[in-house]
Design a protein around this ligand. Structure first.
Ligand code: ADP
Ligand code: G6P
Length: 748
C-alpha cells in the first residue's frame, strides 16, 4: 500500500516545556489512542498540533520540539495563542463540538472565530501539500479539520483524500442551523471517501448534502459535476492485542510489585470480598453524561440501601479543554456532586465515590479496567466510545459487566452489554443491580461474544478497511462512456469545425447555457450570452438552433433580436431565423383540463413545487421541494399520470427535477431529425444536460459530436462539468473560425 499522510488536530504525543525541559506524554482521546497502532505499524507520517503555542516555545527549543515529533514519524505544527483560542477553544469546541453532539444551548456562532478556523485549516492543508508526494494517500481526521480536504484538493486535484469524522454527524434539522453550513459540507466533499462510525451519522450527512447543496445522492455516493464521492460507515475498533496482553501481564505481577493504585484497589477488595467496584472513565466532557451518572448512582443507593458500604464508584475524569467555560462549569458541578453524595452516604468505614481528576499512565488504566466488576459508561451522546471496548478487552477471565448508553456509537456493536438510556435513572439503577447479581456464567457468555467481535474488528482492521476503500475510490469511474474533453480532443473537434462547411449547433438552454434558478422565469439570458450566440449565428455556413422545452412566448421574447433558430416545447414549435413561429407537430391541448387538477393536488401536498403551463404541455417542477419528498412524489405522480393519459396519445417526460406531460412522439430528437433531413450537414454538434437531450443525442448520426453537461448517465460522447465550460467551448469555436488560416496546435 502507498504511504499515508495522517492529519489530525492532536498528535498522538503531547509536548510540554517546563523550565527549559521538554516533556512528552501520550495523548488522551479516542482518535489519538486508536490511530496510534496504525501509525506505528505502517508507512505513514502524522501531521498535527504539538500541544504548545508558538509563544510557549523558546527559539532555542524549537528544533528540539521538531526532533521529538520526528522521532515518532510526526510533523509538529505550532500555532499562536490567538489561533489556538479562535480555532481550538473557539470554533472547534464552542461551535462544532456542542452542535454535533446536539448541545445546541452551548453552541456559539462567532464570525471572527470562524475566520480563524478557516485560516488554521488552510495552514494544515499547506503543511500537507509541502509534504505530499505523488501516490500518497492523505487521511484527514475529525471535526477540527472539516475544510482541509477541499483545501488540499484545490492544490492537488488528483490526490487520494480520505476524511474520517470521529464524532456524531447531527441530523439535517440540527446541522442546518450552522451559518457556514455550505462551506463546511463543500470542505468535507473535497475527499474521495468520507467515513463515519455509524450508519446513522452517514445518513444524516448524506441528507444534509442533498438538502443543502442539492447534490445528487444515490445510495452512498455523492455525484459532483466532476467527481464521485463515496460515503460509508466504519466503526472504529481498539488495539485489542495491546489491551489483552497488558491485562495478561498484569495478572502475573507479583505481590509487592504492583502500583500504588493497585495496592489500594486490592486493599478495598480484601476488606470486603463481596463488595463491588463500578468503573467510570472519560475525559471531563459534558457529552459523557458524568453528572447524570453520579446522580443515577445516588438514586441507586437510595433505592437499594442494602448496598451501602458494599459498592464503590471509581471515577476517573481526565482534564480536557479547560479554557472553554462549559468545561469549567462542569468541573465545578462534578466536584460539588461528588462532595455532596460522599457527604450524604459516607460512613466511618466507607465513602461511595473515589474521584480522580487527572490523566493516568497506561498501567494504571489497566489496574482499573482489570479490578472493577462493572463499567458504567453513560454518555448523553458519543461518536463511538473506546473505553467501553477497552474494558471488555482487558477482561481476560471473561468476567465483568458493561453497562452502556445507547447514545454511544459503540452501542451498535455491543448489544450483549446492559444497554441503558442515560436519562433514565430508574433503568440505570436497575441495570447496576442486575450487574451485581449477574451469575458468572452469564457474564462469561456475554463477554465471550463481545470479545470475539472486538478482536475481529480491531483498530487495525478498521484502518485497513478504510484505506482499502480509499484505494478503491481511485478506480471509481463514472458509469457511462462519455469522456471529459481533453485539450487534445478539443483541438481535434475545433480542427474538424474549421475544415468543414455546413455546420449545425443544437444548444439546449436551461442547465446548458444558463444555470438553473429557483423560478424558470428568472433564467433570462444575460448580455454576455446574447452576444455569444449572436456572434455564433453570424459565422458563415453555420446554423445555430436553440432547442428547448420552454414555451414559445418566453423563448421568443428572450431571443427576439438574435438571429438564432428556435425550437420550443421540445419540438412543438419552430421559429426559423427572421420568421414567425410555426407549429411543427400535429398536437392538441384539450387534455389539459383533466390533467391539471391532478397535478395541482400534488402541488398542494408538496411544498416548493409548481406547474408551468405551456401551449401544448404541462410541466410540474420540483427542484425547490425537499429532495427526498420531491423524488417520492415525482414517482407517485408519474405513475398516476401514466394511468390517466394512457390511450390519449400523451406521454410523461422525466427531465431534470421536472415532469412534463405532452403529446407522444414530440421530442427534441424528432425535431432535430426533421431539420437534418432537409439539408446535409458535415459538422453536427449537440449539447445538453438532461434526459430530454438524451433523445436528441440518440437521434443524431454517429459522426455528430454530442456533449453532456454534468457527470450523469448519458449516451453522449463527451461531457463538460458546468455551464461556464459550455460558454467557453462555444467561444473557442468562434475563435477557431476567426483564425481559420491558423492550424490548431497543441499548446506547450
Ligand atoms: P473520547 O475520544 O471522546 O475522549 P473515547 O472513549 O473514545 O472518548 O476515548 C478515550 C481514550 O482515552 C481511550 O482510548 C482511553 O484509554 C484514553 N483515556 C481515557 N482516560 C485516560 C486516562 N486517564 N489516562 C490515559 N488515557 C486515558
Ligand atoms: C475526541 C475527538 C478528538 C480529540 C479528543 C480529545 O476523541 O474526537 O478529535 O482529539 O476527543 O480532545 P482534545 O480536545 O483534547 O484533542
Amino acid at each position: 500500500m502507498n504511504r499515508t499522510i495522517i492529519i489530525s488536530n492532536r498528535l498522538p504525543l503531547q509536548i510540554t516545556i517546563d523550565d527549559q525541559k521538554l516533556d512528552v506524554t501520550p495523548s488522551v482521546g479516542g482518535l489519538a489512542t486508536g490511530l496510534k497502532s496504525f501509525h506505528r505499524d505502517g508507512d505513514s507520517v502524522w501531521i498535527g498540533w504539538s500541544g504548545l503555542t508558538k509563544e510557549e516555545i523558546p527559539d532555542n527549543l524549537l528544533p528540539e520540539v521538531e526532533k521529538k515529533a520526528r522521532e515518532e514519524a510526526c510533523i509538529a505544527v505550532n500555532f499562536t495563542a490567538e489561533e489556538i483560542d479562535g480555532f481550538y477553544y473557539g470554533f472547534s469546541n464552542r461551535s462544532i463540538w456542542p452542535l454535533f453532539h446536539y448541545f445546541m444551548e452551548f453552541t456559539e456562532w462567532d464570525a471572527d472565530k470562524w475566520e480563524i478556523y478557516k485560516s488554521v485549516n488552510q495552514k494544515y492543508a499547506d503543511v500537507v501539500i509541502e509534504n505530499y508526494r505523488e501516490g500518497d494517500n492523505i487521511w484527514v481526521h475529525d471535526y477540527q479539520l472539516l475544510l482541509v480536504p477541499q483545501m488540499i484538493r484545490d492544490k492537488e486535484p488528483n490526490a487520494s483524500i480520505g476524511f474520517f469524522n470521529h464524532i456524531p454527524f447531527p441530523s439535517y434539522e440540527v446541522f442546518r442551523t450552522v451559518p457556514w453550513r455550505e462551506e463546511i459540507l463543500k470542505g468535507m466533499l473535497g475527499a474521495n471517501l468520507i467515513g463515519f462510525h455509524t450508519f446513522d451519522y452517514e445518513r444524516h450527512f448524506l441528507s444534509s448534502v442533498s438538502r443543502i447543496l442539492r447534490h445528487q445522492v444515490q445510495f452512498n455516493e455523492v455525484s459532483l459535476p466532476d467527481r464521485i464521492i463515496k460515503v460509508d460507515s466504519f466503526p472504529m475498533g481498539i488495539d485489542y492485542d495491546k489491551f489483552e496482553q497488558a491485562a495478561l501481564k498484569h495478572r502475573e505481577v507479583t505481590a509487592g510489585k504492583e502500583s500504588e493504585l493497585q495496592r489500594r484497589l486490592n486493599h478495598h477488595r480484601q476488606k470486603s470480598p463481596d463488595s463491588k467496584l463500578i468503573l467510570s472513565i472519560d475525559r471531563l466532557d459534558y457529552t459523557k453524561g458524568i453528572a447524570n451518572r453520579i446522580r443515577a448512582f445516588e438514586y441507586f443507593l437510595e433505592k437499594y440501601p442494602e448496598y451501602i458500604e458494599n459498592i464503590r464508584l471509581v471515577m476517573l475524569a481526565v482534564p480536557s479543554r479547560s479554557n472553554v467555560p462549559q468545561y469549567q462549569l462542569l468541573k465545578r458541578e462534578i466536584d460539588e456532586l461528588v462532595g455532596r453524595i460522599n457527604g450524604k452516604f459516607a460512613t466511618v468505614n466507607w465513602i461511595p465515590i473515589w474521584y480522580f481528576y487527572r490523566s493516568m499512565p497506561f498501567e494504571n488504566l489497566i489496574d482499573l479496567y482489570t479490578s472493577c466488576n462493572i463499567a458504567l459508561i453513560t454518555p448523553i451522546r458519543d461518536g463511538m466510545n473506546l473505553v467501553a471496548k477497552e474494558y471488555i478487552a482487558t477482561r481476560t477471565d471473561q468476567t465483568g459487566v458493561l453497562i452502556l448508553s445507547e447514545m454511544a456509537g459503540a452501542f451498535h456493536e455491543m448489544n450483549e452489554a446492559l444497554i441503558i438510556n442515560p436519562n433514565d435513572f430508574e433503568q440505570i439503577a436497575n441495570a447496576i443491580q442486575q450487574a451485581i447479581k449477574m451469575p458468572k456464567e452469564e457474564q462469561v457468555r456475554r463477554n465471550t461474544i463481545l470479545q470475539k467481535r472486538l478482536k475481529r474488528y480491531s483498530v487495525e482492521k478498521w484502518a485497513d478497511d478504510f484505506m482499502t476503500a480509499l484505494e478503491r475510490t481511485r478506480e471509481i469511474k463514472p458509469a457511462f462512456k462519455a469522456k471529459r474533453i481533453s485539450e487534445d480532443v478539443e483541438n481535434k473537434i475545433l480542427k474538424r469545425f474549421q475544415d468543414t462547411r455546413n455546420r449545425i449547433f443544437f444548444l439546449d438552454y436551461d442547465g446548458t447555457l444558463v444555470n438553473f434558478v429557483d423560478k424558470p422565469e428568472n433564467a433570462r439570458p444575460d448580455p454576455e450570452l446574447l452576444e455569444l450566440i449572436t456572434t455564433l449565428t453570424k459565422l458563415k455556413k453555420t446554423k445555430v438552433v436553440l432547442i428547448s422545452g420552454r414555451d414559445k412566448e418566453t423563448l421568443g421574447t428572450w431571443w427576439q433580436d438574435v438571429p438564432v433558430e428556435l425550437i420550443a416545447e421540445h419540438g412543438v414549435w419552430v421559429r426559423k431565423t427572421g420568421k414567425e413561429w410555426q407549429l411543427n407537430e400535429n398536437v392538441h391541448n384539450d387534455w389539459m383540463e383533466n390533467v391539471r387538477p391532478v397535478i395541482e393536488t400534488f402541488c398542494d401536498r408538496t411544498p416548493g413545487t409548481f406547474i408551468e403551463e405551456k401551449n401544448y404541455s404541462l410541466a410540474w417542477h420540483y427542484r425547490k421541494a425537499d429532495p427526498e419528498l420531491g423524488e417520492i412524489r415525482a414517482n407517485e405522480l408519474s405513475n398516476v399520470l401514466k394511468e390517466l393519459i394512457s390511450n390519449h396519445g400523451l406521454s410523461v417526460l422525466e427531465g431534470n427535477k421536472v415532469l412534463e406531460i405532452k403529446s407522444s412522439g414530440v421530442n427534441k430528437g424528432k425535431a432535430a431529425g426533421k431539420l437534418l433531413l432537409k439539408r446535409n450537414f458535415e459538422f453536427i454538434f449537440a449539447i445538453g444536460d438532461d434526459w430530454t437531450d438524451e433523445v436528441l443525442f440518440k437521434e443524431l448520426p454517429n459522426s455528430a459530436i454530442t456533449v453532456k453537461v454534468g457527470l450523469k448517465k448519458t449516451v453522449a460522447n463527451f461531457f463538460v462539468n458546468e455551464t461556464s465550460q459550455v460558454r467557453s467551448l462555444l467561444n473557442k469555436f468562434i475563435e477557431a473560425d476567426r483564425n481559420k488560416e491558423k492550424p490548431i496546435e497543441k499548446k506547450a
